[in-house]
Design a binder for this molecule. Sequence first.
Ligand code: CMC
Length: 390
Amino acid sequence: GLMGYDPAFLNTANCKSAITFIDGDKGILEYRGYPIEQLAEKSSFIEVAYLLLNGELPTPKQLEEFNYLVTHHTYVHENIKAFMDGFRYDAHPMSMLSSTVAALSGFYPDAKNTKDERSRRIQMTRLIAKMPTIAAFSYRHSMGLPYVYPDNDLSYVGNFLAMIRKIGTTTYKVHPTLEKALDVLFILHADHEQNCSTTSVRTVGSSEVDPYSAVSAGISALYGPLHGGANEAVLRMLREIGHVSKVPDFIKAVKSGEGEKKLMGFGHRVYKSYDPRAKVIKRVADEVFEITGKNPLLEIALELEKIALQDEYFVKRKLYPNVDFYSGLIYEAMGFPVEMFPVLFAIPRTVGWVTQWEEMVKDPEQKIARPRQVYLGSTRRDYVPMAARK
Ligand code: CMC
């Protein structure tokens, strides 16, 4: 029969979903119907995680119970630590994260039971709770620092920052503004409907494999420079430009490069107007820079945005700053090395991945993902013996 040809799924819906709504022309993003701006201003990451997972905002008691669960499943098996030790000192933390999360499936064989709701929910809780621990361990490993165990009395974000920053036996006091800033960034990154990594999680999960394996595939997708690696690429780009005076030349090079050289942190498959997350991030950046001092690269970023938003090339193609354009500047000001940027994206996105994974598992219309192709190869021909080949 007739087959649709749609490379990169520009025009194909792969699922029905009730989680996240995006209107790319108007720049609207909603989780379960709630606008991202309201959630970023009024909610917390843990509350948003509950909302995404369960469809409704929690009551105080539900929030307390959920918060207890995700701050008390933070420990990983000691052999996971040994597993991570096996990486070279300079291994990228994203490659450590994706393989360590895949390794978790070997530690939780009950995760294979994807049809059982109770088991599913335990694995989902474990994934959300352990992601900051594994992320912090990957950072510690790359710095040659001893691992810091989770402190279950701290908040989700506070605990993560303590595992990153703590030196020796002194208690690490997390700056409340920085903790709040990272919490808001986590809200902004929690879900984004059928992006490349979420589609990977759904595709791999459609084989009914355990969620650790499926989420590991999502992390691998997020590692790429066109997706979660973009915030890292933005920082490298800003450093390469080096000074505001070089911005016009850089823009010129992007325009004449015929797609070879990109303005990283600009453009989006769905948003053809300003990314609503980028607006919130600009405000967070100001709050963080008040404490950490201005990131010297900010000036270059602002100039890039100013010129690009007025330039015909970018206007015609509807290229606006996306979430990654400013997030890297905040992460850097907070003291994270660029390699950690995609990791900081993966931690909150885990909530979206497991929510979307469960929605797929429960959907009676979902089958194993198996696209078709348009075959362009040779027609039938007979095998040629080795001696007869020229
Ligand atoms: N700089 C310069 N030109 C660009 C850019 C850019 N950042 N993005 C798109 N274009 C051009 C592209 O060359 C094409 O031009 P033409 O029509 O002359 O061939 C046109 O705009 C349309 O772009 P496209 O590549 O067809 O768009 P896409 O939907 O396939 O790609 C994208 C979307 C996000 C991969 C792309 O815009 C890009 O590579 N941006 C830079 C990387 C980036 O910031 N990624 C983060 C995305 S948001 C968060 C996330 O997903 O992690």
